[in-house]
Design a protein around this ligand. Structure first.
Ligand SMILES: C[C@H](O)[C@H](O)[C@H]1CNC2=NC(N)=NC(=O)C2=N1
Length: 99
């Protein structure tokens, strides 16, 4: 089972994950997409990745704005699984934006 990262390890991960912040026991990123269908397409792609890894984000969908919250429930905090998923979400968002 993945273990909680230390505060220092989380800070180092956040330095690489520029669009993410820490909120207590979770990594959080807000993403603004141009439209609702594009936001849902990002959610669907992230859902595929989450299923394949058996590691699932909390996702808030409000029109074309998404907020992802990543935490490892079984560990009670942030683990390497959350850092990996954050990077993968960044990749999905970049592709959706054509970057
Ligand atoms: C049984 C299943 O493997 C577990 O419930 C998985 C599913 N997805 C999960 N997702 C997250 N974010 N944390 C978990 O601890 C977790 N556990």
């Amino acid at each position: 089972m993945a273990e909680q990262l230390s505060d220092d390890e989380i800070d180092k991960a956040l330095a690489r994950l520029g669009d993410w912040r820490r909120d207590g026991d979770a990594l959080v990123r807000r993403v603004d997409l141009p439209s609702f269908p594009e936001a849902v397409a990002v959610v669907n792609r992230v859902a595929e990745i989450a299923e394949s890894e058996d590691h699932h984000p909390d996702i808030d969908i409000r029109f074309s704005t998404l907020v992802f919250r990543l935490s490892t429930h079984s560990a009670g905090g942030i683990t390497r699984l959350d850092v990996t998923l954050a990077q993968e979400i960044d990749n999905v968002v970049d592709v959706a934006r054509g970057q």
